[in-house]
Design a binder for this molecule. Sequence first.
Ligand code: SF4
Length: 441
Amino acid sequence: MDLMEKLTLLADSAKYDVACTSSGVDRPGGKGLGNAVAAGICHSFAADGRCISLLKVLLSNQCIYNCRYCVNRVSNDVPRAAFTPQELAEITLQFYRRNYIEGLFLSSGVLGSPDHTMELMIRALEILRHQHQFNGYIHAKAIPGASPALVEKLGLLADRMSINIELPSEDSLMRLAPNKTKEAILSPMDQVAKGMVENQRALTLYRHAPRFVPAGQSTQMIIGASPETDYQILRLASSLYRKYSLKRVFFSAYIPTASDTLLPALDTKPPLLREHRLYQADFLMRQYQFQAEEILSKDTPNFNPFLDPKCNWAVNHMDFFPVDVNKAPLEVLLRVPGIGPISARRIITARRSCALTLEGLKRLGVVLKRAQYFITVRGSTGLSPMGRERVVRALVDPKAIQFGMEQLSLFSPAPSIPAIEAGTPLEQALEEAVSCLVSNL
Ligand code: SF4
């Protein structure tokens, strides 16, 4: 198999991995080749929203494990290939020089054993970093079960590392990924988290100490292959952020690749709306100071399909509003639908010099279409009194209805979202959603 055929096969095998984003690391080019900037690798997203700017490839799609949801599992009859470390380094450099990519996202099936696979990955990165002084961004996936010494070595070569949590519970992991254990996943995660803290200490003492995983670690879990609720998933994400200082938890809508009694049927559509809601909730936890338990609970364990999680929280806590934008502290402003972290900070700065008006809020980036029902400006809302139906109608996410009605294929181009026309099934669904939400308030 020539290099191009290998590349086609191994890049295609890596497409289910969603955990690659910007670098968040600053490193000037200097004498070597390439550089990485804190503003992030210049990344773009495919029609399905997946990041495609890095050379995202597997070292090998051969795997001795049999994770039931994975296209590369040992029992699946698919063409197999593996790069040598030299080939992988060569290809990365060629792509980099041609300006196709700004970095590398490297993962692999388990080739022989976790340690052997990690050694090959490390060799490839050593060729890039040491022989060619490649300074571009590298995101590497550690192989669960590899020895701590190899995890350490990989962490000194990569900018970001990730170890996939895979599934939202230990029970599902045992059923669907029988060769992996919770311990084999969490222990390298813990090692990386502690290593990063120690590295920070070392860097304050010795400015030139080698950097260990400078762009932090992330993880990925598959959504929809197992029965856990959104609440369980969100709580797990929250505890992973807390315990292992993760930069990101990525959620990947399960795409059926195998007919298996333990998995959803082959014609099941990937739960894209659910994935979207999880990202919205994740954003609320990371940027808006929400706790997982405020977004969902044991009694309401799944997302409202019609409202994004922030709007859902707002309509269920109407006694919290209205908020006076000229007085409310940052954490209160962040609870208002239509006010994001940037506009909230702008409000705090702007109101130091003068009292804000509705017009002023608009200029600061506040989405008044949503926010108007939840704020007071100079003592009044400036708007007619709100009714529940009016509020809900303004907050319902029409895209969500369209998503729900025609689930999208992950690898087909994104369709344009048409306006909802009167008398169409979409309009009917919107009306049903509004009346259902109003009656539940
Ligand atoms: S370890 Fe599991 S998820 Fe990873 S490539 Fe092998 S079969 Fe797939």
